[in-house]
Ligand binder design. Structure first.
Ligand code: GLA
Length: 707
C-alpha cells in the first residue's frame, strides 16, 4: 500500500523508498523522513517539535516545516509568499484536513485569517520509486491575492550531516555539465530567468553525504527535478543549526500572480527520489518516469536526416531532393528540413513569423518535396520557431504589439528576433491556426520546434499584473502544443532551444525528444550526453552524426582536457550518436561511396540495437569527464541482452586501458559477448571485467546476450 494515513501522520511508500510527514505537538505540519522504505509504519520517526524559540531563533530555524510560508519569526527560504488586498504580507498556514485518493495524498492548509487555501499534493509513484509533489493555491474570497513566491516543494534532508550538491550547469554548445560541490553554510541558488528552463542550469539536483559520497552504482543519493519549462528556482539552504533543505519551484524573480475571486493556481510538479544504488539507480528511475510520459511511449524513434549543418539557410527544392535521395539510400527513415524554407528567410535577419514556403526556393510549395521524400519511403519533418518574430516580416508589420516589449524602451534583439507574447490568447490562437494549417494540408510527421533567444524587456501591455508574464507565457506555449498534439496525434515533436535550452521534463510530456545541443562534435557530445543522462533517457536525446570539428570553446569550467582536433573517424561519430536517437546532420554530398557504405552498415546495426538503447537501462561504466576512456552499457528491460559502447579519445603513452567492469548482470548467468571467445559469468564480467584494445580516437560497439 503506497500511502499509510492517520489523522495527523502520513507515510508514502514506493517500491523501495518512503517519505513521511505529520503534525507535531505545536500543530505544525513537519517533515519526518525521506529515505529507504522501512519494514513497519512504526519505524518512521515521529513528527518532532524542536521546541522553543528565543530572541534570535525564528520559528523555522530548526523546525522542519513541510511547506514554510513567509510569515512570523521566520528567516528561512520560504516556499510561499503573498500580499493580501489590505497589504498584509504575512501568511499563517494552518492544517485543516487531509485526504487520500488512490496514490495521491492531499493536505489542505488554510490561512488563519484570510480566505487563502494551499493544498499540498503528494503522489507515491510506486513503479518508478519516485515521489511527486506540487501545490494548488486557492482564493476563496472576493479580494485579489498577489502571489509572490510559489514553490512546489521543500525537500528536507536529514539534519546535522554535511552534503555534497551535484547539479548540471552549462551554456550554449556545452549543455548538461556535471558540477559537484560541497553544500556549505548559507543559501545556494540555481535558477533560470530567461523564460525557458535554460542552458545555464538544469532543474535537477542530487545530494549525497559528504562523508559517504555516492558512486555510480553504490551509495545513498537524494535527488529531484522540476517539471517546468520557464523560469524556475531551487534554493539549497544549510542553516546554522545544521539542517539542509531544498526549495524548488517557480522563480520569484520579477514575478507575481494575481489570484482573483474564486481562482486557483496549480504549481508545476517536483519529482524526487532516494537511491541506494548511487547515481545510476537515480537516473534509471528518472528515465523510467520520463519514458512513461512521452507522447508516443516507447515507439521507436526514426533515424532522421536533418539538413541544417549541410545547407544552413541555403535550402531549395532541388537541393533538398538531392540530399533526400542519398539519405534514403543509407536507410534514413525521416527527412527533416531545417531553417531557411519559409517566406523571406535567407539569413537569420528575416522571416520568422511568415510560416509559408518561400516562393523563390519552393515555387510549387512544399508538396513536391514531401511527395518525393515519401516516395523514397521516408517521413517528412519540418523546422519551425513559432514563438518568434523577425522585425523584417509581414507578421511583425501587422502586429508589432504582439512582441514582448515595454513601449518606452528599445526592444533588444537577439539573433535579430523578438519573442511573441504567448501569454496573449490571440497570439496563441494565431499560432495554432497557422501550424494547424501546415499540418492539415501537408504530410508532415515531425516538427522540430525551436526557440532561439531569451526574454528581455518583459512587458505585457494590458495585463493587470504584467509580472505574471513569466508563467502565463509558458502556459500559453503549453496550450499551443497541447492543442496541436490533440489535433495531430501522429505528429512527433522535438523540443529545441538553440540546442538544449528547453529540455525539461514538462516539454518531454509534449515532445518525444529534445535536441540536447548544437554541438555535434562527438567527443564533447559524449560529455553532453553523459550529463543529460543523469535525467534523460537515450530515447529522448536526438544525436546527429556530422562533420563538425573541434575545438570550438574552452571546456566548461575546467582546465584544458583531452586533445580534440580534426574530425573523428566516421565509426566513432556513429557510435557516439547511437548512444541516443541516431540522426545524420552532415552534408551527404560530401561523403564518398565508402563513407556511405559504412554509414549504411552502421544504420542497419543501430536499428537492430535500437530497442535496447531506447527502452533499456543505462549503466554509465566510465565517465567521459574523468578521462579519455569512457564506456556505457545498455541492458534490455528483461536484462537478457545488452550493448556495450566504449570510446577512447586520447591518452598519453604508455597506454594500457584499465579493465572495463560491466554492471547490472546476474552473477551466476553466462553471457556471450562480441569480441570475446567463450561465454563468461556475470560475476567475471562485473568483477574482473574485460580488456579492450582501443587506439586513439577509436570506439567499439559490442553486443552481448545471456546464454
Ligand atoms: C538553432 C538550432 C539548430 C538549427 C538552427 C536554425 O540553433 O538549435 O539546430 O535548427 O537554430 O536556425
Amino acid at each position: 500500500m503506497p500511502i499509510h494515513a492517520s489523522p495527523n501522520a502520513w507515510v508514502l511508500e514506493t517500491h523501495s523508498t518512503a517519505y513521511a510527514l505529520g503534525i507535531n505537538a505545536s500543530g505544525a505540519l513537519v517533515h519526518r523522513y525521506w529515505g529507504p522504505r522501512l519494514p513497519y509504519p512504526a519505524d518512521y520517526p515521529p513528527a518532532r517539535d524542536f521546541g522553543e524559540w528565543s530572541s534570535f531563533y525564528g520559528r523555522s530555524e530548526i523546525n522542519l516545516e513541510e511547506y514554510p510560508a513567509y510569515g512570523g519569526a521566520s528567516y528561512r527560504e520560504p516556499c510561499f509568499k503573498a500580499t493580501f488586498a489590505d497589504r498584509v504580507r504575512d501568511t499563517v498556514l494552518e492544517f485543516r484536513s487531509s485526504e487520500v485518493q488512490g496514490d495521491e495524498l492531499q493536505i489542505v492548509l488554510e490561512d488563519a485569517f484570510y480566505p487563502l487555501g494551499v493544498t499540498l499534493h503528494y503522489r507515491a509513484l510506486e513503479a518508478f520509486d519516485l515521489l511527486e509533489r506540487w501545490v494548488t493555491v486557492h482564493n476563496f474570497g472576493p479580494d485579489p491575492i498577489r502571489l509572490e513566491r510559489i514553490f512546489s516543494a521543500q525537500w528536507h534532508l536529514s539534519i546535522l550531516e554535511d552534503y555534497r550538491l551535484s547539479h548540471l550547469g552549462g551554456r550554449w554548445l556545452e549543455e548538461f555539465q556535471l558540477v559537484q560541490e560541497p553544500l556549505t553554510h548559507g543559501v545556494k541558488v540555481l535558477e533560470s530567468r530567461r523564460i525557458t528552463s535554460g542552458h545555464q542550469n538544469y532543474p535537477w539536483f542530487a545530494l549525497d553525504r559528504a562523508d559517504a559520497p555516492a558512486l555510480e552504482e553504490r551509495g545513498e543519493l537524494w535527488f529531484g527535478v522540476l517539471e517546468w519549462s520557464g523560469n524556475w528556482k531551487a534554493t539549497f539552504e544549510r542553516t546554522e543549526f545544521g539542517s539542509t533543505r531544498v526549495g524548488i519551484g517557480l522563480n520569484d524573480w520579477d514575478f507575481a500572480l494575481l489570484l482573483g475571486e474564486g481562482e486557483s493556481f496549480v504549481a508545476p510538479k517536483s519529482v524526487a527520489g532516494y537511491s541506494s544504488t548511487g547515481f545510476g539507480g537515480a537516473s534509471r528511475a528518472l528515465h523510467r518516469r520520463v519514458r512513461s510520459s512521452l507522447p508516443h511511449g516507447d515507439a521507436p524513434h526514426k533515424v532522421l536526416y536533418n539538413s541544417w549543418e549541410a545547407t544552413g539557410f541555403e535550402v531549395n527544392e532541388a537541393g533538398q531532393m538531392e540530399l533526400a535521395e542519398i539519405a534514403a539510400s543509407l536507410g534514413v527513415e525521416l527527412f527533416v528540413m531545417d531553417d531557411g524554407w519559409f517566406h523571406g528567410r535567407n539569413s537569420d535577419a528575416a522571416g520568422l513569423g511568415d510560416w509559408w514556403p518561400d516562393e523563390r526556393k519552393f515555387p510549387h510549395g512544399l508538396e513536391p518535396l514531401i511527395s518525393r521524400v515519401n516516395a523514397h519511403g521516408m517521413d517528412f519533418g519540418l523546422w519551425l520557431e513559432p514563438e518568434m518574430v523577425s522585425i523584417e516580416s509581414d507578421l511583425y508589420r501587422a502586429h508589432p504589439d504582439w512582441a514582448i516589449h515595454f513601449p518606452t524602451r528599445a526592444r533588444t534583439e537577439m539573433r535579430n528576433q523578438l519573442i511573441l507574447n504567448l501569454a496573449k490568447l490571440e497570439v496563441q490562437d494565431h499560432l495554432i491556426a497557422r501550424i494547424d494549417g501546415l499540418l492539415s494540408s501537408l504530410n508532415i510527421k515531425f516538427i522540430k520546434w525551436d526557440m532561439n533567444r531569451n526574454a528581455s524587456e518583459p512587458g505585457w501591455d494590458g495585463a493587470q499584473e504584467p509580472r505574471a508574464l513569466w508563467v502565463r507565457y509558458v502556459e500559453g506555449v503549453y496550450r499551443v502544443w497541447d492543442t496541436l498534439r490533440q489535433r495531430h496525434p501522429n505528429v512527433t515533436f522535438q523540443s529545441c532551444s538553440g540546442g538544449g535550452g528547453r529540455a525539461d521534463l514538462a516539454m518531454l510530456t509534449r515532445a518525444d525528444q529534445v535536441w540536447p545541443s548544437d554541438n555535434t562534435e562527438p567527443t564533447t557530445r559524449l560529455e553532453i550526453q553523459h550529463g543529460a543522462s543523469y535525467v534523460l533517457p537515450a530515447c529522448a536525446l536526438e544525436a546527429w552524426v556530422t562533420d563538425m570539428e573541434s575545438e570550438r570553446m574552452p571546456p566548461f569550467g575546467r582546465g584544458e582536457s583531452a586533445l580534440r582536433r580534426g574530425k573523428m573517424p566516421l565509426e566513432f561519430r556513429f557510435h557516439a550518436s547511437m548512444c541516443g536517437v541516431l540522426g545524420i546532420g552532415a552534408n551527404l554530398l560530401h561523403w564518398d561511396e565508402s563513407e556511405r557504405e559504412q554509414a549504411r552498415a552502421l544504420i542497419e546495426q543501430y536499428k537492430a540495437i535500437q530497442p535496447i538503447v531506447q527502452n533499456g537501462e543505462l549503466f554509465r561504466l566510465k565517465s567521459p569527464i574523468k578521462g579519455a576512456f569512457s564506456a556505457l552499457e545498455y541492458l534490455s528491460p528483461d536484462r537478457t541482452e545488452g550493448v556495450l559502447f566504449a570510446f577512447r579519445t586520447h591518452l598519453s603513452e604508455p597506454v594500457v586501458l584499465p579493465p572495463l567492469r560491466l554492471a547490472g548482470l546476474e552473477r551466476e548467468a553466462l553471457y556471450q559477448m562480441d569480441g570475446l571467445e567463450g561465454p563468461l559469468s556475470g560475476t567475471a564480467l562485473m568483477n574482473v571485467g574485460i580488456s579492450l584494445e582501443l587506439k586513439d580516437f577509436s570506439s567499439v560497439l559490442w553486443r552481448f546476450y545471456r546464454v
